[in-house]
Design a protein around this ligand. Structure first.
Ligand code: SAH
Length: 399
């Protein structure tokens, strides 16, 4: 429930309106898990709420996997027995942190992605010192899910293999954040937390709940809009709607191919909303001051990673205020594609950069525990050590 719904509940109960604010504060800021814990409410009112069937529906952490790189994958369960995955990525590396949020200090400084990158390489020790002085923890990111499973059927993504089970409610979306914040013992805004809607599901196929959750995250949990990014596979009508929202996270679009034939093969939804429609929506998207659209591009060895593909991408994105996040395929069983070599990834990145498009290589996070992009499928058994093949891939972005 958001503030308006709680206000209605409180007024029906004949209580003063400030009680709604107290409940918002307790549930979303203090992150209580039962009605009993809301000590600002009179005991008698708590009892009346409980008798009326009101409960605090805190999300439950069912399982937790910790990667050698510090990433944590949570399995979070809801009342009906369904579960999703939520990923905690501690501490960025000053460059492209690999967490899907902005590169380096860009969000903080408002500098362009390319300038932020250059500065972060030179000024990182100073920036790190400043952060230590002012904040309890550095830059951490939570990656949250919007649906149980996914209906979009991208050919390189493990979540697609689950199909879609159901949408998450706004409360379940926010609940993932509350559960992780509590478990990690951090609290925004004192701790700098970024959020990416890049977990399981297609956020724009659960649009109403996504928007309601975003508002609750801003108003209730205290995470600023500019610290949140929603990624879509390209549900074009919703990109238009999203641009019109008064409160909204930043936008990322999963491009993943440089022409329609290839994109339709990799992402069947391209039949419905092709590149022309997608890029038209991106060009019309009302960007705020110092805002960019991020395009994600999963690189599949020998499939969409040639110099020609890179030149086509540069052509598609020409003139757009954007940056590109390149993601070398995170492998998984049942996925036919291969991860390209580091040289190939760098070559692709360089072609984009020479064409004037800021391009970053997303560092894989938590591959050993199936927590990386495209690997979320509620895996319960994980290998104890990462495959050597994965470790040998160096993805440090080139200057
Ligand atoms: N459904 C939304 C939100 C998920 S974001 C979307 O598609 O944008 C997850 C990102 O990981 C997307 O950019 C997707 O293209 C990428 N991805 C999917 N499978 C992957 C894999 N196996 N390796 C690397 N990236 C992958």
């Amino acid at each position: 429930m958001d503030r308006e719904e709680l206000a209605a509940l409180v007024s029906e109960a004949g209580e003063p309106s400030y009680r709604a604010k107290q409940i918002v504060e307790a549930v979303y800021r203090q992150r209580v898990e039962t009605l009993e814990e809301i000590s600002t409410l009179p005991q008698e009112f708590r009892e009346r709420l409980a008798q009326g069937g009101v409960t605090v529906g805190a999300a439950r952490i069912e399982n937790k996997f910790v990667s050698i790189d510090g990433t944590v994958r949570y399995l979070i369960g809801f009342a009906d027995g369904q579960s999703v995955e939520t990923v905690w990525m501690p501490e960025g590396d000053g460059g492209e942190a690999g967490d899907g949020s902005e590169a380096g200090e860009e969000a903080e400084s408002g500098a362009s992605p390319s300038r932020a990158k250059a500065r972060s390489e030179i000024g990182e020790p100073i920036a790190a010192l400043k952060r230590c002085a002012t904040q309890k923890s550095g830059r951490s990111t939570i990656c949250i899910s919007s649906q149980v499973g996914c209906a979009v059927d991208c050919q390189f993504c493990l979540t697609a293999l689950l199909g879609v089970k159901r949408n998450l409610t706004a409360g379940e979306i926010v609940g993932q954040v509350c559960a992780v914040l509590k478990d990690q013992k951090v609290s925004p805004p004192e701790d700098r937390i970024n959020l990416v809607f890049m977990g399981m599901g297609e956020p724009f196929l659960n649009y109403e709940n996504l928007i309601k959750a975003s508002r609750l995250l801003v108003v209730g949990v205290g995470i600023a809009e500019r610290r949140m990014t929603v990624s879509t596979a390209g549900i074009v009508p919703r990109i238009h709607d999203f641009g019109g929202e008064a409160i909204r996270p930043k936008l990322a679009i999963s491009l993943n191919a440089s022409n329609d034939a290839l994109r339709t093969r990799l992402m069947p939804l391209n039949k419905k909303w092709n590149l022309e429609m997608l890029l038209a929506a991106a060009r019309e998207f009302p960007l705020r001051t110092r805002e960019w659209i991020t395009f994600e591009y999963v690189l599949l060895g020998g499939v969409n990673d040639t110099p020609e593909n890179a030149r086509e991408v540069a052509e598609l994105l020409r003139g757009l205020r954007c940056k590109v996040n390149l993601i070398a395929l995170n492998p998984g069983s049942g996925i036919e594609f291969t991860t390209p070599s580091a040289e190939r990834v760098t070559a692709f990145q360089n072609i984009l950069r020479v064409a004037g498009i800021p391009a970053f290589v997303r560092r894989p996070r938590g591959r050993d525990i199936y927590a990386a992009c495209g690997q979320l499928k509620r895996t319960v058994e994980v290998a104890t050590s990462p495959e050597p093949q994965l470790q040998s891939i160096s993805l440090a972005p080139e200057a």
